[in-house]
Design a protein around this ligand. Structure first.
Ligand SMILES: [Zn+2]
Length: 446
């Protein structure tokens, strides 16, 4: 295939690394100066650190620019102008878009965007959809009410931008959405992994529809949870739908910064034309450049102007992949997507535990249902992990065998022992958007 048929932006996505890096440096300087000149919050932060736009000459200099944490954004928003506060870089009347973060990790943060920012969102999402094979011939169903959350709005407008037909499937319930997808022969949809699996389950059990045979879906774009980068969860989704499943990671306060491509290389490309991703050691803060060493992501969006994202401390734990992707993009890959949150990757009995490792094991055992819950607690001085699972009706007679397999694989994968609780099928909480399956009772707020 011609590169123009594979890439949304054939020039930028295949730019030689040295040119890409010099473009990144130039763009970092520009957004840093923008924030320094226009945001009272950023100016205070940088003045305190004694750093000015003239000090940024290379990537090493960028590492001295103070990071912005989400908790700072909440304080900023108590200041004028209402409701965004003094990180706002444009006159209030230039803001055309209001969105907010989902608040899963605390108080929601408001996110203003100008029309230019909004076009940038659609552009970033166009890279994603195009890389995953969306074309003008697709009819894309979005099974969500978009509400005040940004992701599917941006996905909607990107469909229009690349010329796909888009069907907004909000308000309807799950059954009605599935029937509408069948009626319209939708070729693609976007959802969280939890909902992709939940919809397939509903289709089979309540409507007698087998999505893999009776529907026309060829590709699914996942967002909001790590599942599409967890091989066993991805396989479950692909088998249930008879479709290819691709991952995307983005965030309201950052933008749509990464995407899996048609090669399904076991990771996601960072859109390095629009973002600078740095990986920092969780304990020492040292910048990690070598592959396969996890650390937390510090990210800059080069072109977002209303409320800039400059060295945002995302707390997402990621790692660079060793090899470049066969698709030919020069944008680097992060291996396995987001492995966890720096706050969740916690030490249990002195061992580092990533919740995604538990999901990989649970979803790899065909006798277990899709839903599960992990609770870390303390009994006396000893940490204890409880894993709640459901066994499928048809496998109940083999319960002991299934549990033995589960315990073995958990120990192998995570080096930890678990207290397993078996719950009746269908009794654990079901989630429509983002699942909250991991609870650490040792931390405050739980
Ligand atoms: Zn690729």
């Amino acid at each position: 295939m011609e590169s123009s048929q594979i890439y949304w932006n054939p020039f930028l996505e295949a730019l030689p690394r040295e040119h890409l890096e010099s473009l990144q440096l130039k763009k970092f300087r520009r957004i840093f100066k923008w924030a320094y000149d226009h945001s009272k919050f950023h100016r205070r932060l940088y003045d305190e650190a004694g750093i000015t736009p003239e000090d940024i000459r290379n990537f090493e200099d960028i590492r001295h620019v103070p990071k912005v944490e989400k908790s700072m954004m909440r304080d900023i928003q108590l200041k004028d102008p209402f409701p965004y506060g003094d990180a706002l870089c444009v006159p209030l009347e230039e803001v055309t878009e209001f969105r907010q973060t989902s608040g899963t990790t605390g108080q929601p943060v408001y996110q203003p965007d100008t029309w230019q920012d909004w076009e940038w969102w659609a552009e970033a999402w166009s890279y994603i959809l195009y890389a995953q094979g969306y074309r003008k011939t697709d009819r894309v169903f979005i099974p969500f009410g978009y509400n005040i959350f940004v992701a599917f709005w941006a996905g909607h407008y990107a469909c229009e931008k690349i010329g796909s037909e888009v069907v907004p499937g909000g308000v309807l319930n799950t059954e009605a959405r599935i029937l509408k997808m069948q009626e319209l022969r939708a070729t693609a949809f976007m959802a969280t992994p939890t909902y992709v699996l939940g919809m397939a389950d509903t289709a089979k059990r309540k409507l007698g529809i087998d999505p893999a045979k009776d529907l026309h879906v060829q590709r699914i774009t996942c967002a909001g949870e790590p599942g599409a980068s967890i091989p066993t969860t991805k396989r479950r989704m692909e088998e249930a739908w008879g479709a290819k499943v691709y991952d995307h990671i983005g965030a309201t306060e950052i933008g749509a910064w990464s995407y899996e491509c048609l090669e399904q290389p076991g990771g996601l490309h960072v859109n390095e034309a629009l973002f600078l991703v740095e990986i920092e050691d969780i304990e020492t803060g040292e910048i990690i450049t070598e592959p396969e060493r996890p650390g937390k992501m510090v990210i800059t969006a080069f072109d977002r102007i209303a409320q800039p994202c400059v060295r945002f401390d995302s707390k997402d734990v990621i790692q660079w992949a060793k090899d470049p992707c066969d698709c030919g993009r020069t944008f680097r890959l992060i291996k396995g997507g987001v492995i966890g949150r720096a706050d969740d990757i916690t030490k249990v009995k002195g061992v580092l535990l990533a919740p995604t490792a538990i999901e990989e094991v649970v979803r790899g055992i065909p006798e277990l249902g899709n839903d599960y819950e992990v609770i870390v607690s303390k009994r006396g001085d000893v940490d204890e992990i409880t894993l709640k699972i459901e066994i499928l009706e048809e496998a109940r007679s083999r319960k002991d065998e299934v549990l033995a397999k589960l315990k073995d694989q958990l120990r192998l994968k995570t080096n930890l022992g678990y207290k397993i609780e078996v719950h009746p099928y269908g009794s654990l909480p079901r989630y429509e958007v983002k699942a909250n399956r991991f609870k650490d009772m040792r931390k405050k707020g739980h």
